[in-house]
Design a protein around this ligand. Structure first.
Ligand code: NDP
Length: 337
C-alpha cells in the first residue's frame, strides 16, 4: 500500500530552526473529493518566510499549527483526476507543501507550461522568488539607466534576479553576499559590477561608499540588520528602498531596532516601502511573461540548489539560515512519470 510521507511542525523553533522542530509522519493516500485531484510531489520549495509562520505570532500569513503539514510552494504531477480541466500526467504547481501526495482543489493549482522553462523554474525564477524580485523592482525600486542599485542577499533566489533586473536597465549594480564563492558567481557569471562579502568586510559602510561612488539610488533589502544600516547611510535624494525581507532578524527572539533611519529618509526625500508578493496576484501573469522573455533572450540567468530526497527537507530549510544555498533552494522528491 502506498503511504503518504509528510513533515509536520513538531515544535516552534527558538532561535535557529533545528531538526527536532520537525517530525516525519505517515498518512494514508488521500482520496480526492469532487473538485479535487490527487497530486504526487516532484519538487518542493523551502523559503525563509516559512520561519515566520513557525512562530505563534500574528503576521500577514497565519502561523503553522503544531503537528500539521508544513505548507509551501510545490510542484507535482496529477496521478488521479476525474476533473475536466486536469488530466492524469499534467504537471502543476500549488502550495500543498511538505508531503509526498495531496488531494488539492483544482482552483488552487496552476498548470505548468513545459515549453516555457524547466519545471523547477516555477518554484524559483518564474515562481514566488522571481516574481518577488520583479514586482519589488517594477513597482518600488524603479531603477534607471546610470543609477546605482544595491542588493543584499544578492546570491539568493530573490536577490540574484533583483540584481540582474538592475543590470537589464543599465544600472551600476552592487551585490552583498556571504561568501567569496557567491561573490565570484555574481560578478563573473551574472555581471554584477561590485560584490561585497559581508562576512569578511571590516567596515561595511566604507565598503559601500567605495562601491557606490555616486551614492545609492535603489536599495533592494532582503536581509535588514547591520548590513542595511550601512547601506542606508549612503542613499541619494529620491532613493527607493523596496523592503523585501529581513532574514537577519527571523531567528531573533527580541526585535533588533538598530539605527533609526527616519532622518536619512526625510532629508533625502527617500521612499522605503514594504511589499508582499501576495498583493500582486492579479499581475502574476504579466510578471511571469516578462521574466520568461528575459530568460529566453539570455538576459536573465538563474541558479538552483537542489537537494535530493524528501527526508532532507528540514536540512535544506535550515541551510537557508547558514547560507548553504546559491540561488533557489529546492528539494527533489521524485521524477515525473
Ligand atoms: P535566499 O535564497 O536569499 O536564501 C536565504 C539567504 O539569506 C542565505 O543563502 C544567506 O545568504 C542569507 N542570510 C541568511 N542569514 C542571514 C543573515 N543573518 N544576514 C544576512 N544574510 C543572511 O532566500 P529568498 O531569496 O527566498 O528570500 C530572500 C528574502 O526575501 C528573505 O528575507 C525572504 O523572507 C524575502 N521574501 C520576501 C517576499 C515578499 O513577498 N516580500 C517573498 C519571498 C521572499 P548569504 O550566504 O549571503 O548569507
Amino acid at each position: 500500500m502506498t503511504v503518504n510521507k509528510q513533515i509536520v511542525l513538531a515544535s516552534r523553533p527558538e532561535g535557529a530552526p533545528v531538526r527536532e522542530n520537525f517530525n516525519f509522519v505517515e498518512a494514508p493516500l488521500p482520496e480526492p473529493e469532487a473538485g479535487q485531484v490527487l497530486v504526487r510531489t516532484l519538487y518542493l520549495s523551502v523559503d525563509p518566510y516559512m520561519r515566520g509562520r513557525m512562530k505563534d505570532t500574528k503576521s500577514y500569513a497565519p502561523p503553522y499549527a503544531l503537528n500539521e503539514v508544513i505548507k509551501g510552494g510545490t510542484i507535482g504531477q496529477v496521478v488521479e483526476s476525474s476533473e475536466p480541466n486536469l488530466r492524469k500526467g499534467d504537471l502543476v504547481t500549488g502550495m500543498w507543501g511538505w508531503q509526498q501526495y495531496a488531494a488539492v482543489n483544482t482552483g488552487d493549482l496552476a498548470l505548468i507550461d513545459t515549453d516555457e522553462a524547466p519545471i523547477t523554474a516555477y518554484l524559483g525564477a518564474l515562481g514566488l522568488t522571481g516574481l518577488t524580485a520583479y514586482f519589488g523592482m517594477e513597482d518600488i525600486g524603479k531603477p534607471k539607466d546610470g543609477e546605482t542599485v544595491v542588493v543584499s542577499g544578492a546570491a539568493g533566489a530573490v536577490g540574484m534576479i533583483a540584481g540582474q533586473i538592475g543590470k537589464i536597465v543599465g544600472a551600476h549594480v552592487v551585490g552583498i553576499a556571504g561568501s567569496d564563492e557567491k561573490c565570484a558567481y555574481l560578478k563573473d557569471k551574472l555581471g554584477f559590477d561590485v560584490v561585497l562579502n559581508y562576512k569578511t568586510e571590516q567596515d561595511m559602510s566604507a565598503a559601500i561608499e567605495k562601491a557606490c561612488p555616486n551614492g545609492v539610488d535603489v536599495y533592494f533589502d532582503n536581509v535588514g540588520g547591520d548590513i542595511s544600516d550601512a547601506v542606508l547611510r549612503h542613499i541619494n535624494r529620491n532613493a527607493r528602498i523596496p523592503l523585501c525581507g529581513q532574514i537577519s532578524s527571523y531567528n531573533l527572539e527580541k526585535p533588533d531596532i538598530g539605527m533609526r533611519p527616519q532622518t536619512l529618509l526625510l532629508t533625502n526625500t527617500a521612499l522605503m516601502k514594504g511589499f508582499l508578493l501576495g498583493d500582486y496576484t492579479k499581475s502574476f501573469k504579466e510578471g511571469r511573461a516578462k521574466l520568461a522573455k528575459w530568460i529566453k533572450e539570455g538576459k536573465l540567468q538563474y541558479e538552483e540548489n537542489i537537494v535530493e530526497g524528501f527526508e532532507r527537507t528540514p536540512e535544506a530549510f535550515m541551510g537557508l539560515f547558514s547560507g548553504d544555498n546559491l540561488g533557489k533552494q529546492l528539494v527533489k522528491v521524485a521524477d515525473p512519470e
